[in-house]
Design a protein. Structure first.
Length: 291
């Protein structure tokens, strides 16, 4: 019954410059709502009432709080459009409240768990694919980068001479790139990995199909290894569950805008503490250095 109205509404949203993700959410949730209305045998739009909306949001398909929130937002937008087009006398979705979503408690890996994971990838870094996996896990563990930020890195974003990396914080190419210093141990492994790549490829990490590696594939990679090692962690906490080494001391050189930071790396497969000098030049500020 609502199929034509949903199609015209989505076109209206597209013309209004809604984001791609918003359009996908609206399409999926409103198609769910259309299926729900068809099961209720409601013949016309003006016969949909507030009770129907409540039943759809709260009970249809045992939704999670996040799904309920997406449904409420979609209904707000859709019925506002119907009111503008004078297809309904009142926006009955306006009073729908957003559900309260409890704040998630982050889960972190312990030093021992990270050692085991890092040692696993280190032992399997015998070819290009193994080196790729090792570099990705080291970027997650040492720098705390998100999965989306890691897979969005291009080869030209890596400066091994100055030991620094440019990245998009959340992986979105429209954002301004940020820069972060690289530990020398990570530079050494990354240099070995880049040397065996095709010089004409753009992404730093590619799949077997020669496509850019996806965040979902990286999540499954971590999840499978964690399960093999008997480490129970939720895959949605991967970007923040690693232990980032803390700087031991900081020394500012006289007469230059650089700083040497020494890291206590006690998670590398060899149980040693190794000082790593990171040169930080003018583009870097103190807030760029993890503490």
């Amino acid at each position: 019954m609502l199929h034509c109205n949903i199609s015209t509404f989505l076109q209206y949203c597209k013309n209004s410059n809604f984001s791609t993700r918003s359009l996908e959410t609206l399409e999926f949730r409103l198609n769910e709502f259309n299926t729900f209305i068809q099961k209720q045998a409601i013949p016309a739009i003006d016969q949909i009432n507030y009770t129907h909306l409540i039943q759809f949001v709260a009970d249809y398909g045992t939704p999670s709080p996040s799904v309920k929130k997406a449904r409420v937002w979609s209904l707000h937008q859709f019925f506002h459009y119907l009111k503008l087009q004078q297809l309904i006398p009142n926006n009955i979705a306006a009073p729908l409240p957003y559900p309260k979503i409890e704040k998630k408690i982050a889960q972190f890996l312990t030093n021992d768990e990270f050692k085991r994971i890092l040692n696993y990838f280190f032992q399997h870094a015998t070819d290009g694919q193994g080196l790729r996996n090792l570099v990705m896990i080291m970027l997650m563990g040492f720098l705390g980068l998100r999965t989306s930020a890691i897979v969005a890195i291009n080869i030209r974003d890596v400066d091994l001479v100055e030991s620094r990396l440019w990245f998009h914080e959340k992986g979105y190419w429209g954002q301004t790139k940020k820069v972060i210093p690289l530990p020398q141990v990570l530079c050494q492994v990354m240099a070995r990995y880049i040397d065996q790549l095709d010089k004409h490829q753009e992404p730093l990490f590619i799949s077997k199909r020669k496509k850019r590696y996806s965040p979902r594939s990286l999540q499954f990679l971590f999840k499978n290894v964690a399960e093999q090692l008997g480490i129970e962690k939720k895959k949605n906490c991967i970007p923040i569950c690693f232990v980032i080494p803390r700087p031991r001391r900081s020394i500012r050189s006289q007469g230059c805008k650089s700083r040497s930071v020494y890291w206590d790396i006690n998670v590398w497969p060899t149980p040693i503490t190794m000082p790593i000098s990171i040169r930080i030049f003018t583009p870097f500020t103190c807030k760029n250095i993890p503490t």
